[in-house]
Design a protein around this ligand. Sequence first.
Ligand SMILES: Nc1ncnc2c1ncn2[C@@H]1O[C@H](COP(=O)(O)OP(=O)(O)OP(=O)(O)O)[C@@H](O)[C@H]1O
Ligand SMILES: [Mg+2]
Length: 135
Amino acid sequence: MRTIHTTSEEETCEAGKIIAAELRVGDVVLIDGPLGAGKTAFVRGLAEGLGADPRNVSSPTFTILQQYRGSMPLYHADLYRLAPAEVADLGLEETGLDGILAVEWPDRWTARPTVAYLVVIDDQGGDDRRIRIRR
Ligand SMILES: Nc1ncnc2c1ncn2[C@@H]1O[C@H](COP(=O)(O)OP(=O)(O)OP(=O)(O)O)[C@@H](O)[C@H]1O
Ligand SMILES: [Mg+2]
């Protein structure tokens, strides 16, 4: 378990970038934390670290699953608005086999893999965030 404290959105991106350097094809990154914790900011760092354009990473309003092109494809799912039955229909199990799958609100994914990176972001007030990462 690694713990990183950040005090800005940029620092949370940087944490994602550091993790991106370790990722291998097929890895799944589950990102937990309350609304506004910085989950999308972390994914922006993953994108940057994987050589994709970080400006394309946003909280999808209508798109549940986005794909960014880098050294390998990065798939970004935001399951916030979905019920578990709807998530099951997405076929996330088959998504990201050729790259990386990053998932916000992974608790909605009942069949989420147990072998995955788990990133938990706690909002500690103001701009302070505690990011815990375990494999
Ligand atoms: N240390 C920090 N790390 C990340 N974001 C921070 C930090 N401090 C402040 N912020 C602010 O918190 C917000 C984080 O937004 P972001 O969309 O990344 O969160 P999220 O967890 O994806 O939210 P949602 O659950 O709505 O998808 C941004 O407005 C950002 O500027
Ligand atoms: Mg988000």
